[in-house]
Design a protein. Structure first.
Length: 198
């Protein structure tokens, strides 16, 4: 098959099967690290861009359609050293366009993420970053995290405090490392006995 040529039926089926496997692998990996973090001991995971995009293409529209509100489709991410680029198609028909953001994501301290929007666009039109940080903060607050926007070196940063307590288990979770590299996200931590220190 020439490069860039159309896929025949068998190639399409193989591509779809591989994507299904990648999406399932992501769900399995996330479930495994969630279970491991509920027990005392160390835990870690490596999630690939390919697995995340397969989940966004297959599982998100199939099983979590209300998350996107029905007006967001074709969500994709690109993982780069220290950066996440995320994009999607918004709207429908003749007014559909592509929205995307680029964000610097880093672990500033144990259980504390810092997210800085470095670029945001709707089509080719730049979008103000402040409202995006506020909307992202509200979404994360709704998931049980605590967020605040702070100014560091003339840049607004969304600080995300990840709760360390585990539900009724008398232990605490500590996210200790987070690494964004080309095509993958790696993180690790430890679940310790007893409640977190005040």
């Amino acid at each position: 098959m020439p490069v860039g040529g159309p896929l025949d039926g068998r190639d399409r089926a193989e591509t779809a099967t591989a994507a299904e496997q990648d999406a399932r692998r992501l769900v399995t990996e996330v479930s495994a690290v969630h279970a491991a973090s509920g027990q005392v001991g160390r835990w870690d995971a490596v999630l690939t861009e390919r697995e995340i995009n397969a989940w966004l293409a297959i599982d998100l529209p199939r099983n979590h359609v209300t998350c996107a509100g029905g007006w967001v489709t074709d969500a994709r991410v690109e993982l780069l050293p220290g950066l996440v680029r995320a994009g999607c198609r918004v709207g429908g028909g003749p007014i559909a366009t592509v929205a995307w953001i680029e964000a610097d994501v880093r672990l500033r301290a144990v259980n504390q993420l810092g997210i800085t929007i470095t670029d945001a666009r709707l089509g080719s039109v730049p979008v103000p970053r402040g409202p995006i940080l506020k909307a992202l903060g509200r979404r994360l607050d709704g998931l049980g995290m605590v967020t605040e926007i702070r100014r560091f070196e003339n840049t607004n940063v969304l600080l995300v405090y990840i709760p360390s307590t585990t539900e009724g288990r008398g232990s605490s979770r500590w996210l200790e490392s987070l690494r964004l590299a080309s095509g993958e996200l790696a993180f690790a931590g430890e679940t310790r006995p007893g409640p977190p220190p005040r």
